[in-house]
Design a protein. Structure first.
Length: 414
């Protein structure tokens, strides 16, 4: 097989892998908030107050990215040394076990196991840095943003089907034996299929092994390195702000829908599926077109701001149908921002450092995903609109920092 053909085969396998992986992530989106806030499926007994439920929900959401903060950079560095394929296989296996344990925890009503079952796939599930490294391995400067957008397309397609499917699988009015644990059993099965796909179809993309040192505390070293290096400090400050803000939004958006608009798992799934449609359109079509005519660092000057505005609009509706109008603004802005930001970050590393630099990126994102749920749990206990205020405000600050540092500059960031 020629080199271009091998690259296309690798990209196709990566696309399918990301789709299956994100389908699993999407399936559980409507279920977890309902376990804490919807009376019919709540795992907590009635003695827990609304504030206690909110705080516990925040901690369980935070448990995944906290462990990912330790696991993702470790996996990224290991993939630079031992290859993308074995590390990706290992991460998917840990994810599958986590889904099975979560289903068991729901069935038994065991809160401690619920936390442990999110922590395990958090540590082993930092596979996005491996996937992005694989794409960087087979991409040149011109195709990098376009190929990163391919991941976004798979991400969006997973979000079209995942939340809707999860909402249906958790609804016992659809099938009598469906329940909140059913989506997790289903997700474990499709993750197993993902493991088999990677094992038999994924072609190793790492051309040159690196001896980058790695450790369990690599995440802390990555944070220190990102702020110490002049060519990383600015862009990773923006990455952290975007991750902080968007996590406030994604993790507590469903809580508003449940508490103020009586959304069920199925309703949440349908809305997130609508968001997924726009993500897929954006990263499958718009990003690919823009990558040929607009530099990544230029387009980010606009999309970060519109993302902040879109999230702020969530605070305005008094009728649920408005959320379907606002969703495309958020999805298009985020859909353009994500691959372009990744492309800019990837440009700062050599070919044999892609796993390391994207592992640092994942560390920053994991840090940004770990802090907001804990804070938002307390904010939500005061007023469920406050997490959305924090989301829009932090992303706006990230945009201001980006404009101060990079606005109007045509040269390479560094």
């Amino acid at each position: 097989m020629s080199k271009p053909s091998q690259q296309k085969a690798s990209l196709l396998t990566i696309f399918i892998t990301v789709f299956i992986d994100m389908l699993g992530v999407g399936i559980i989106i409507p279920v977890i908030p309902a376990l804490f806030f919807e009376e019919s499926t709540a795992i907590l007994d009635p003695s827990y107050t609304e504030a206690q439920r909110s705080i516990l929900y925040g901690f369980i959401i935070a448990s995944y990215p906290i462990l990912q903060f330790f696991g993702a950079p470790l996996l990224g560095a290991l993939s630079d040394r031992y290859g993308r394929k074995p590390m990706l296989t290992m991460s998917l296996f840990g994810t599958m076990i986590g889904y099975l344990l979560f289903a068991w925890a729901i069935k038994e009503g065991w809160l401690v196991l619920l936390f442990l079952s999110r922590m395990l796939p958090g540590f082993t599930g930092g596979n996005i840095s491996i996937i992005l490294s694989s794409i960087a391995d087979v991409s040149d400067a011109q195709s990098k943003t376009r190929n990163f957008g391919l991941v976004g397309t798979a991400f969006g397609l997973g979000f079209i089907l995942g939340p809707t499917l999860g909402g249906v699988l958790a609804d016992n009015t659809v099938v009598s034996w469906f329940g909140p644990e059913t989506p997790f059993y289903f997700t474990a099965i499709i993750t197993l299929l993902n493991i088999l796909l990677v094992w038999y179809r994924f072609r190793e993309t790492l051309q040159k092994a690196s001896q980058v040192p790695f450790s369990l505390f690599r995440g802390f070293k990555n944070i220190a390195k990102s702020f110490a290096a002049p060519n990383l400090r600015g862009i990773f400050t923006v990455v952290l702000g975007l991750s902080l803000g968007f996590t406030f939004f994604t993790q507590f958006y469903a809580v508003i829908l449940i508490q103020d608009f009586d959304y069920t798992e199925k309703n949440i799934g349908l809305l997130f599926g609508w968001i997924g449609i726009w993500l897929a359109i954006t990263q499958g079509l718009i990003v690919r077109k823009l990558s040929n005519i607009v530099a990544p660092k230029f387009i980010l000057q606009f999309t970060i701001l519109t993302l902040s505005i879109g999230i702020a609009l969530v605070l305005l509706p008094d009728q649920a149908w408005w959320f379907y109008v606002i969703a495309p603004v958020i999805a298009i802005s985020q859909g353009i921002t994500s691959p372009n930001m990744t492309s800019v970050i990837s440009e700062q590393a050599n070919a044999d450092q892609q796993g390391e630099i994207l592992g640092i990126n994942q560390s920053m994102q994991s840090l940004g995903q770990a802090i907001p749920p804990i804070i938002a749990g307390y904010l939500n206990a005061i007023d469920n609109r406050l997490p959305m205020v924090a989301a829009a405000g932090i992303i706006f600050i990230a945009w201001v920092i980006y404009m101060i540092l990079f606005g109007g500059r045509k040269n390479k960031i560094g």
